[in-house]
Design a protein around this ligand. Sequence first.
Ligand SMILES: Nc1ncnc2c1ncn2[C@@H]1O[C@H](COP(=O)(O)OP(=O)(O)OP(=O)(O)O)[C@@H](O)[C@H]1O
Ligand SMILES: [Mg+2]
Length: 557
Amino acid sequence: MTLLVGFVLSGSTSDEAKIQLTEAGEERLREGQLVIIESNRGSELLLARIERIVPVNEFFVEGDPWSEARRRGLLPPLAEEVARRYTLAEAAILGKAGRRGLEEPDRPPKPGDRVRMLGSGELEKLLGVERDAPGVVWYGELLGYEGLGLPLDIENITMHVGVFGETGSGKSYGVGYMLELLSRIPLGDGRYGALPAVVVDANGDYLDYHEAFASGHRLGEYHAVYRLVFPRSPARFEPYTRTVTIDLDVFTARELAEFIVTYKSGGVDVNELQVAALERVLRELGEEYQSYTEIFTRRVSELYELLSELSTGRGAPIHPQTARAVRSAVDKFVGDIVEGYGVISRKPSIDKGFIDELTAQPSLAIIDFSAEGAPGIPLPVRQLVVAYLARLLYKVFTEYKVRGEERYLALVIEEAQNYAPNPRTYPVAWSLARDYLALIATQGRKFGLCLVLVSQRPAFVDPVVLSMVNTWIIYRLAVEDIPYVSKLSGGLPRSLERRLTRLPRGIAVVTGQMNMLGFPALVRTGRRRVSHAMGRTRLVESLRRVYGVGEGAGGKG
Ligand SMILES: Nc1ncnc2c1ncn2[C@@H]1O[C@H](COP(=O)(O)OP(=O)(O)OP(=O)(O)O)[C@@H](O)[C@H]1O
Ligand SMILES: [Mg+2]
């Protein structure tokens, strides 16, 4: 027997039920929670979500005879004991149990029908999915139901996922939890498999997984967990750690010219004269050497020679002033990025072979942009790396497709607004990565590339990219982001929308294609098996140390 929480009242429709709660219901139910209506005396089962709860007490009604007494601070005698008290609830009817999952409800419940909590195993039956069905993972806990997860259809991750919420609302923890689920996807016959993934880890939130793996723990079915750090990182010699090196040959002359010129100016605007000049030089040299990496690592002097040749004499195609500016931009690019950070290599560590390896033996690669993994590496360089990665993935996955080979990979991007910025609202310097991320967003599904975009401010993320996101995990949001997110995610019910600004840490609205319920649900993130050290702050603990609080007599240091 499951808990009886209410009875249907008159005036219900097939969309919405009016309910009076039982005492148990008053105690237990919260807005956003799912319940079962045993409709028409139990002849059919309806799944419904509590939208609003309204307590009523006849001695406390606006304008009633006790109004004056209340003004004077008096309570009506026996108000609590003898008053007619009850609690009303409104519930949205989401579907009717059918043979193959939920169906459109076609008749309203009758007054007097019982309303109860979901029983164990009942959700599976209602949706027509088995607990260990291939391709289904059970995410966290539906609000108010211990141990009952939200079924997610892994197939639909190919239509991309957006994870949004304010700082500290639980995004990174939640994405880590999601990766744990993706590391153990039921495949049928009692077997499990992992979805290959690359995480662009802005703050080192995912390094716990690497550490656990490197010290002998497994992460589901992942064959390996790699950490990628920049060549100057002190962590580069650790086990299962590789350096981040890329080449420049995935880019066009135009793209490189744009990057180099804006890297120097640090601006959002692109100086067209300089870009055109550098593009021309790169094209000419590129024809000769067939490799921009070669030019920038070994033949910069030839680049300078050509530049000065093209800007000398009457009628020279490049103005000397432009040539000087271009030269100084190239100087800075080579000094910082090629020689300084050491990121450019003719044998890049992130290459087709690496992607082959990750996808053939499903593994997780964490690109570590934390202070330890990417010491002193400025945003434009991180953007360059992400742009490279996006292009490489697109290229390699297109080749797989052409060869008739199906492979899949999730690309998780923390702080997505830095790589696919919305040019109208987020004036982070121009990003080389945006176009290819947009391409993956629009085309990736056909190639098996799945984006998981994580951001505090969805309004700062490129709308083209966001418009392709089909599954939304929405944690506590800033008020100004709510209408935007609600619209993009296809409209949220008012009851959930209202709560978005107040969601406690770790609770999210999950909506979209992966959500097998077919309607937005409030879900508590599940517990990670590997802890999350990075997100933790210890302000008070550290002040206690500074002030020597709680230290024994001799222990003052
Ligand atoms: N479901 C949860 N259970 C336990 N701890 C959690 C949960 N969700 C988040 N936390 C903890 O709360 C803190 C903040 O969470 P998290 O780092 O995931 O926030 P965030 O949304 O990624 O923030 P930011 O945007 O600043 O990166 C972390 O210490 C994290 O471990
Ligand atoms: Mg985070």
